[in-house]
Write a protein that binds this ligand. Structure first.
Ligand code: PGA
Length: 268
């Protein structure tokens, strides 16, 4: 009896500890379906030892194959969740090459990334488009990861300027949105794929800012950090209580590095 009571604080603490979330963004990789299946199998294996929730966002073209694979691997204990890298705001119709939220959901997708800076830059995605995507995806019951982050010219003007930039993205991107299923990925553009991550302290300050801003607009959100996350630095970001996880690009394409990243993250 006594020993049960002695364990109580630990059990309560455990119950209230939030699960961190690690999202792999494969971008336009790997080149073949076979390689995607192999990488996903490895991620499923890794998820068995994960304390964090792990989400794999594969290119849309591989999603169906991976979804089938996931069913088999789940029976063997794999727990990685399926995500998509984009979504369209209409469910059907004359929208060449697009995929709507319900199409993705039917495949077993649970998370979608919206407004990644590469889409903003390469396909001209605006905050207004991000807003439409966020609303449609939430309506379909998907968890939405909205990417925000400032370019280097803005960051050079200081943290306040960066916050103003990100605050504006949030204001427009989350306009008329109210949800408990939102995640915001803070990805300073200059840190993406550059090998030069933000400092954990600046990322923490931005997470605090984003949580306060988003709370005024849409409600409580989780905040992830993204931008050159690797096995060596992931814990510096994700162990902070204001940062709920990480969005990982390049390092998620190497099964071994992804595993090292996942193993570094516990509860906090
Ligand atoms: P990176 O990409 O980890 O390769 O910097 C992150 C992202 O763009 O989501």
């Amino acid at each position: 009896m006594f020993s049960d009571f002695a364990r109580l604080p630990f059990v309560l603490k455990y119950m209230y500890m939030a699960k961190k979330i690690l999202i792999a963004n494969w971008k336009e990789n790997p080149p073949t379906e076979r390689q995607a299946a192999k990488l996903f199998a490895a991620a499923m294996e890794t998820s068995k030892v994960a304390t964090a929730t792990t989400v794999i966002c594969s290119p849309e073209i591989f999603l169906e194959g991976i979804a089938v694979q996931a069913k088999t691997e789940r029976k063997k204990g794999g727990r990685a969740i399926l995500g998509a890298q984009d979504v369209f705001w209409e469910e059907a119709g004359a929208h060449t090459s697009e995929a709507g939220p319900k199409m993705l959901k039917r495949l077993g997708v649970k998370y979608v990334i919206v407004g990644h800076s590469e889409r903003r830059r390469e396909t001209g995605e605006t905050d207004a488009m991000v807003n439409k995507k966020v609303k449609a995806a939430l309506l379909a019951g998907l968890r939405v990861v909205v990417c925000v982050g400032e370019p280097i010219e803005v960051r050079r003007q200081g943290v306040k300027a960066a916050q103003k930039f990100v605050g504006n993205q949030l204001k427009k991107g989350l306009k008329n949105v109210e949800s408990a299923s939102l995640l915001i990925a803070y990805e300073p553009i200059w840190a993406i794929g550059s090998g030069e991550s933000d400092t954990p302290e600046d990322a923490r300050l931005m997470a605090v800012f984003i949580k306060a801003e988003a709370a005024r607009i849409a409600g409580r959100v989780k905040v992830l950090y993204g931008g050159s996350v690797n096995p060596k630095n992931v814990r510096d970001f994700v162990s902070q209580k204001e940062i709920d996880g990480a969005l990982v690009g390049g390092a998620s394409l190497h099964a071994g590095e992804w595993k090292r990243i996942v193993k570094k993250i516990g509860l906090s």
